[in-house]
Structures are given as C-alpha cells and as structure tokens.
Ligand binder design. Structure first.
Ligand SMILES: Cc1cc2nc3c(=O)[nH]c(=O)nc-3n(C[C@H](O)[C@H](O)[C@H](O)COP(=O)(O)O)c2cc1C
Length: 341
C-alpha cells in the first residue's frame, strides 16, 4: 500500500510526505502587495504542522494581476525581501516552499484599474469589462512572470507554481469560451494553450527549479475547455520541462451548466485521467480532507500528491493527527511530543 506519509520527490525536490497545502488567498496583504505579520503566523503554523510542501497563495506578477487590493504580489525587491524571511522561517521546520505566481486577468477587481483579458468579455455583471490585451502586452506579461519567478527563486522558494486555473488570465487564454482571438494566441487548441506553455518554458529555462502548473481540468460548460484539452495541455507542459501538474477544475464560467455535485474526491478522477497520459507526477485537490480520503486517492492511482485547502485552514495540525493515527512518533513535531500519547 502506498503511504501518503512517506517522503516523495517532485523531480529532484524531496518532500517529507505527499501532503501539500493548496494555495489559498488570504486577502491580507499590504496595499503594495507585501506580506504581513498574518502571513508569517499563518504559513509558519502549517510548516510546524508538518505539511510536506506549502504553496503560497496566488501572488501577482504585476499590480493589475491582483484579484483584489489585498492580494500578495512579487515584482520588486522590497516584496522579495519579506518572502525570503518567510521562506527561511518555514523551511526551518522541514517543509518545502512553493509560491503560486498569478495574473487575475478579467477577474481582477483592483480599484482604479481596467482588467485585461484575451478578449473583451465580462465574467459576469458584477465584474468590470476587461480590455483585450495586445501582442505587445502579452510579451510584457511573459517577461513579468519570468522576472517574478527569478525573484521567487532568489527568495529561496523550492518550487514555482504557474496559475493557469480558475478563470484567471492564463486559464482565460486556454478556453474557447473566453478566448476569441484570431492571432497566434487564439483559435486552435495549440494557439490558446501557447501562452501557458511559453511562460512555463521560459520560467523553467530562467530558474531551473521545480515547476508546477495548476490547471482547471474542465470548465463544466458546453463547447468549453474539457478534460481532453487538459490532457493535451499537460503533455505539452511535460515537453517543456514542467515537473508536476496540479489538477483543479472550474472557475472560468460564472454559472457552469454541468457543475458536478461537490462531494469528497470530486476532482480526483480528472487527476487520474491526466496521470494516465503523462510521465510526470500529478497533484489531486478538492474535498480530500481525511486520512482515509487521501489514502483512497492513492489506492485508486488518481495522483502522486494531495493538496488540501480548507481542511488545512481549519486545522493547521492536521498532519500531526495523521502521524499519530499511523503511530509515526519519530516524525511528530518534537516540541509537541507529549501530545502524541
Ligand atoms: C479561501 C480560499 C482561497 C483560495 N485561493 C486560491 C488561490 O490563491 N489559488 C488557487 O489556485 N486556488 C485557490 N483556492 C482553491 C484551493 O486551492 C483549493 O483548490 C480548493 O479550496 C479545493 O480544495 P479543498 O476542498 O481542499 O479546499 C482557494 C480556496 C479557498 C477556500
């Protein structure tokens, strides 16, 4: 039986277990995108709690790329300095550190700013009408992603995650429902995926550290992005050196007509279908909350790693409970040893 608590690698990056903290926006950044005291307490608590890899919440590569005015950002040295400190603190507890680099695209609700998107299509009535991005602006976005990735590497992050899921900029490019362009970034599946693939390739070449890409496996909408498209994209990402695919779903449509029932493991089968078609590891996420559910993901060969969001928000010491359950006293956080019995 595979063991979720055993060390496991993402390429050369060794994690002490297969359990990952999913990126979760905390909307607690300073106005200029800098980390706050809250972020230190929040992430250090999960590091002490024993998570194998923490992926820091969506962090914008430029001011317009923030979802809100309270999002993290990483595009200058001042921001990077705080990340360096956070990474050092968390890593001292044996967790590995990743950061999700993101651009919110048409879902940005930053004040006094017009969002950008592949095509000028609103997410819904509550969102602003985005401006269609030009080829010159696409080139700038690519450079900003790479520059942020370099800052992340310099800050000591072990892994970079490119956010191409949930209806944010790169995901908008992937989908035929939100990308109506007629240049090399629109039209065919290959063209729509081009931006995600190019940025992944350039980040890998510039940093050569572990690279994850988070995708939405489907947008649950007729004529929209599908699991078959995700398999194509994952194969292309593998070819350019991506080390792991993080399989989420949805977020690109305001009211998807084929939304499944939200039950435990509801996205795990997408991870499995992708895993069966590529040779790099896959992360499953989505209502995988208990030790038994994690084990089920493994036993059904759905994924190599498991990311958890809300359960780890509720319970930073979740992995300590798992270790206790499996009688792994040696790996229990030392200072808490008297809580093992
Ligand atoms: C408060 C909150 C913030 C989130 N922020 C992000 C984010 O920054 N980036 C991202 O890719 N997903 C984000 N998500 C989605 C989670 O990473 C995760 O995929 C989702 O919650 C499903 O997993 P869970 O059932 O374990 O929570 C967020 C979810 C929550 C609840």
């Amino acid at each position: 039986m595979n063991d979720i608590l055993k060390p496991r690698n993402i390429n050369n990056l060794n994690l002490k277990n297969s359990l990952i903290m999913a990126p979760c926006c905390m909307y607690s950044a300073q106005k200029d995108g800098k980390l706050t005291h809250f972020h230190f307490s929040h992430y250090e608590a999960r590091a002490i709690g024993g998570v194998g890899l923490i992926i820091i919440e969506a962090t914008a590569i430029e001011p317009k790329g923030r979802i809100s005015d309270k999002d993290l950002a990483l595009y200058n040295e001042e921001q990077a300095l705080l990340h360096k400190q956070l990474v050092e603190n968390c890593k001292s507890y044996g967790t590995k550190m990743g950061i999700q680099l993101a651009h919110a695209g048409r879902k940005s609700q930053v004040e006094n700013s017009t969002p950008i998107a592949p095509s000028s299509i609103r997410f819904n009535e509550e969102y602003k009408l985005p401006k269609e991005i030009t080829i010159e602006e696409i080139e700038k976005i690519k450079k900003s992603f790479v520059d942020s990735a370099i800052l992340a590497k310099e800050a000591g992050y072990d892994l970079i995650e490119l956010h191409s899921a949930h209806g944010y900029l790169l995901c908008e490019f992937n989908s035929p429902l939100t990308n109506k362009r007629d240049d090399i970034y629109g039209g065919s599946l290959e063209n729509r995926c081009r931006l995600t693939v190019e940025i992944a390739k350039e980040i890998k070449e510039a940093t050569n550290i572990a690279l994850s890409v988070r995708i939405s496996a489907t947008e649950w909408s007729k004529g929209g992005w599908s699991i078959e498209d995700s398999i194509y994209l994952s194969k292309e990402l593998e070819k350019v050196g991506v080390d792991v695919i993080h399989v989420s779903a949805g977020g690109n449509q305001s009211n998807p007509e084929n939304m499944p029932k939200l039950e435990p493991l509801y996205q795990a089968n997408y991870a499995k279908q992708i895993k069966e078609n590529i040779n790099i590891p896959v992360i499953a996420v989505g209502l995988i909350n208990t030790y038994e559910q994690c084990q089920e993901v493994y036993d059904k060969n759905c994924a190599d790693f498991i990311a958890m969001g809300r359960e780890l928000l509720r319970n930073p010491n979740l992995i300590q409970y798992f270790l206790k359950k499996e009688n792994k006293q040696d790996e229990f956080q030392g200072q808490y040893s008297r809580a093992f019995k």
